[in-house]
Design a protein around this ligand. Sequence first.
Ligand SMILES: C[S@@+](CC[C@H](N)C(=O)[O-])C[C@H]1O[C@@H](n2cnc3c(N)ncnc32)[C@H](O)[C@@H]1O
Ligand SMILES: *[C@@H]1O[C@H](CO)[C@@H](O)[C@H](O)[C@H]1NC(C)=O
Length: 329
Amino acid sequence: MMKLLLLGPLLFVSVWVHTAIAMESHEPHHHVSTLMMKVQRQLEAVQTLQESIKKKLEEVHAVQSNSHTTQQAACVGNTYSLDTQSSFVMKDEIVTMNNGHSIRMDDILYGYDWVFESRRLFSVGSWLGVQSQQDPADLVVIQQLLWDIKPKVIYDIGTNVGGSAIIFAHIMSQYAKPGEAIIVSVDPKHYSINWDDAAKQLCPKCTAVDENPLWNDYVQFVQARSVEPQAIAALEAAIAKYGGPVIISVDGWHDYPEVYEECVTFAKYVTVGSYMIVQDTKLDRIFNKPGPRQAVYDCLVNNTNFVIDKSREVFLYSQHTDGFLLRVR
Ligand SMILES: C[S@@+](CC[C@H](N)C(=O)[O-])C[C@H]1O[C@@H](n2cnc3c(N)ncnc32)[C@H](O)[C@@H]1O
Ligand SMILES: *[C@@H]1O[C@H](CO)[C@@H](O)[C@H](O)[C@H]1NC(C)=O
């Protein structure tokens, strides 16, 4: 591309220079310097053109390499180190392959976290046509959990475009009729807008959640932050109307203070034998700072009614390791 773009101007200049030299032999002396100045100017023009092509190419490369990254994927280009706090089940097991490679289970599992974030895989998935940011392995686990518990109320923190809500509603529709159970889904942003601008491109066939009857039958959307009074009022009204079991899904703002506050605030609404699911505990490691996972640990210090249920991490890989919190009393 660059070569083709440059070839035109270069050919032009080279013909020009040859013509100028050919002419020089027949022209008086004072014309030579004028010609040389003209050639000089043409060369400068070509150089400018060359610079602008180079700049354009750099821009194209930048766009290409950015298309798989995001603010959520600060991991790209960094190397990751052994995490002594790794919370993967069987993390220390060594997998030996017949090509001589030995890989720690932790590397395999965390390696996929890395791939998932850096390749923006959180925006490629959908459920019944609705873009969903649930990781496939955890999605099956959450389905198993919902089927076991059969909650009457789910507090879905972080609606985005309704992905988790439509999944929960779909499962709910298999054990409860509309009006018997509900999902209160909260997000300060409207569900018609995806926080990830690239999602449209990454899931071209995705459709709006409110085109699905499950949304109207099972979901109450509250446009607010999870801990705002109108959101909490909606949760309490739902519990008063539908009873339990109650499940809390924490998938809103994934920074430590927000998750800690949500965990502490909503622990009391979870019914005994049911769960709070704190999503994306993997982010502590990816961003190398206290995040959802640390928030869980700190939250449980004073909420001794909960235990971390590792038995939910059946696929070993989970983005919510230590995030399946079972209320035991
Ligand atoms: C990871 S996305 C949720 C994905 C969604 N649960 C799904 O499975 O497709 C996080 C969402 O949380 C929302 N959010 C941010 N702060 C919040 C808060 N304080 N309370 C509730 N939601 C919040 C963001 O606007 C964003 O849409
Ligand atoms: C536990 O509760 C005590 C008393 O309210 C408080 O001072 C402390 O910070 C809490 N600990 C954690 C880790 O949240």
